[in-house]
Design a protein around this ligand. Structure first.
Ligand SMILES: [Zn+2]
Length: 140
């Protein structure tokens, strides 16, 4: 799988983050299918290499976290293993236009100040203007 270029934020020009999921390994309750949602997955396996983790997942691995040596999870399992992986489907980003909500708002203010408006706003403004003109016309 090859990385396509991420979209750039329409406000600051920085690349927009990949939309990733978290996979937690070595979860004793993984088989009970709790909390398997859009963001998190739990698996009972404890992969000993990135390749092994990759075989267990059908998405590209962005990063992994290990439990090694004297760390609790490694001691408990009796071997070093990957406890967490971040995966990406190879095409999804957190947003198509902006790196965060504040930049979407800043972009909107910038354009509003420059005169941009929606057709709904333009229609409402025209209606109000017409009503004001009608009032003026009604007065002697
Ligand atoms: Zn931005």
């Amino acid at each position: 799988m090859t990385d396509k270029h991420p979209p750039l934020c329409r406000y600051c020009g920085k690349p927009i983050a990949k939309k990733t999921k978290s996979v937690f390994f070595g979860d004793q309750f993984a088989s009970q299918a709790r909390l398997h949602d859009d963001m998190f997955t739990y698996k009972a396996e404890r992969p000993r290499s990135k390749e092994e983790a990759q075989r267990l997942l059908n998405q590209q691995i962005v990063s992994v976290r290990w439990a090694r040596g004297e760390e609790y999870a490694a001691k408990q399992a009796g071997f070093d293993h990957i406890t967490h992986a971040t995966t990406w489907d190879g095409e999804s980003y957190v947003d198509p236009y902006f790196c965060n909500g504040a930049h979407a708002k800043d972009f909107a203010y910038l354009h509003a100040k420059a005169g941009a408006a929606t057709t709904t706003y333009t229609a409402a403004n025209a209606k109000r203007f017409a009503e004001q003109q009608a009032k003026k016309g009604g007065q002697p």
